[in-house]
Design a protein around this ligand. Structure first.
Ligand SMILES: [Fe+2]
Ligand SMILES: [Fe+2]
Length: 453
């Protein structure tokens, strides 16, 4: 990088009106290889910079060659400032050889690029913008609303200077004239809208653009392309085009198959959950309600969506192990004896074993296995305590108790919701997770939670 700046840095010579060198700077010494004493009062500029008649006039100076002390010639650009009162001229010398080298390489880079690249001159478009600016100022949006056809005029002013081979290979049969005549042939309506918005940015002076746009290729195929615009001159830009069609098609396929899998997954869960209906309609109904309440509590606590979803699924299946318990026990009108109670207590493990080989989120299995565990270790099947119980199971435990209490059972009348909330409040911190209890009470008392079934 240091070399780069040294290469493009300027140097100067002071010469008298006859062209004799009176002074030079150290940059000149470096650039030319001459020592100051070798040129000062000794050399004429035509020996170093060639005859003035051979200098090529440019808009902003002259182009000529510097002959170095070793005879080598390099292309330079000079400016000439005359101070006739003092019989002096100052010549600044700019060596752009490095830039020229870069430009030449950049040109071959563009032509050999595997990506389609177009070089575009926007000066006519900018002239047109200047005219519009006089009328519309910064309110081009309004102008285009009144004269929507102006956008075609704007596109018509874009001048295509260079199109590389990759572009022609990729878009065989493409014609810029046809594009200008009818942009709808090459852009969908949405694509044209994108283009319009990007041109508005150019109107505001922004030439660095990057956008994705829908186009129609010459054989009529819809394509998605990423467009990168880089300014390479005051009103010139390079446009790189990267085709995104394949990625978009793959994304679309993936989205479709994911939604297919999701549908299948939901069907499996619903089927599993409703299997209980054939066995015990109360439990099937209870699972749906516990799923609703658990889902609401999980959201209220502020868990992320994937956890909230997993908790809903787990709650929907939490009692699935009851399928293995005889109906006589499940629907027994009176109190269960000890043996019957022990049989009922097998349902978390049975359910876990039923589901453990299915690729569910981990919360689902925790819920099925741990929803009867209690913080103080008084629960079953393992007597886990506090943090040993997964949060998802602590949530379903509360929802489970609340729904069980407010539902009608063959052996007792339903309790009201107030009684149920009183029960969880009373055991908050001992049996039930305090945060979960608070969230559940908030839902009923402040947020008007209601079961939909
Ligand atoms: Fe249960
Ligand atoms: Fe339950």
């Amino acid at each position: 990088m240091k070399d780069f700046f040294e290469n493009i840095s300027s140097c100067f010579l002071i010469v008298n009106s006859q062209g004799l060198v009176l002074e030079c700077d150290s940059n000149f010494e470096k650039k030319s290889g001459y020592k100051r004493e070798e040129v000062k009062d000794k050399k004429h500029i035509y020996e170093i910079l060639g005859d003035i008649s051979s200098w090529k006039k440019l808009d902003w100076g002259y182009e000529t060659y510097l002959t170095k002390s070793n005879g080598e010639k390099i292309k330079i650009f000079i400016n000439f400032f005359s101070f006739s009162d003092y019989n002096l001229n100052i010549i600044t010398i700019n060596d752009f050889s490095f830039l020229t080298y870069m430009y030449e390489n950049y040109a071959s880079f563009i032509s050999q690029s595997p990506f389609p690249i177009i070089e575009v001159d926007l000066s006519e478009m900018f002239n047109y913008f200047r005219i519009i600016k006089k009328i519309a100022g910064n309110e081009i949006d309004k102008y285009l609303e009144i004269y929507p056809e102006a956008i075609y005029e704007i596109i018509g002013k874009i001048k295509f200077i260079y199109i590389n081979e990759s572009f022609y290979n990729e878009y065989k049969g493409f014609s810029f004239d046809a594009l200008k005549e009818n942009v709808f042939n090459y852009f969908t309506e949405e694509g044209l809208n994108t283009l319009k918005n990007e041109l508005l940015k150019v109107y505001d002076g922004n030439l660095n653009l990057n956008f994705e746009v829908e186009v129609i290729d010459p054989i009529g195929k819809l394509r998605f392309i990423n467009v990168y615009v880089y300014p390479v001159g005051r009103e010139r830009v390079l446009i790189y085009i990267l085709d995104k069609t394949k990625e978009r098609e793959l994304e679309e396929d993936l989205r479709r198959s994911v939604s297919k899998i999701t549908n299948l997954y939901n069907q499996v869960i619903n089927t599993l959950s409703s299997i209980m209906e054939h066995k015990d309609s109360y439990t099937a109904y209870h699972q749906k309600r516990v799923a609703e309440l658990s889902h609401a509590i999980a959201k209220e606590i502020g868990l992320p969506k994937d956890k909230v979803d997993a908790i809903r699924i787990g709650a929907l299946l939490h009692d699935i192990g009851k399928i293995a318990i005889p109906g006589e026990i499940l629907n027994k009108p009176g109190k269960l004896n000890n043996i019957e109670m022990e049989i009922v207590k097998t349902h978390p493990l049975t359910g876990y074993n039923m589901l453990k080989n299915i690729d569910f989120p981990p919360e689902v299995l925790y819920i099925v296995l741990q929803h009867h565990e209690r913080l103080d270790g008084s629960g079953y099947p393992e007597g886990l305590k506090n943090g040993e119980i997964n949060l998802s199971a602590r949530i379903v435990a509360v929802a489970d108790v609340v729904d069980a209490m407010i539902s009608h059972r063959p052996y007792r009348p339903p309790f009201g919701i107030d009684k149920a909330l009183e029960e969880i409040e009373k055991n908050k911190g001992t049996k039930y997770d305090p945060d979960v209890v608070d969230a559940c009470i908030r839902l009923f008392k402040e947020k008007d939670f209601k079961f939909s079934i």
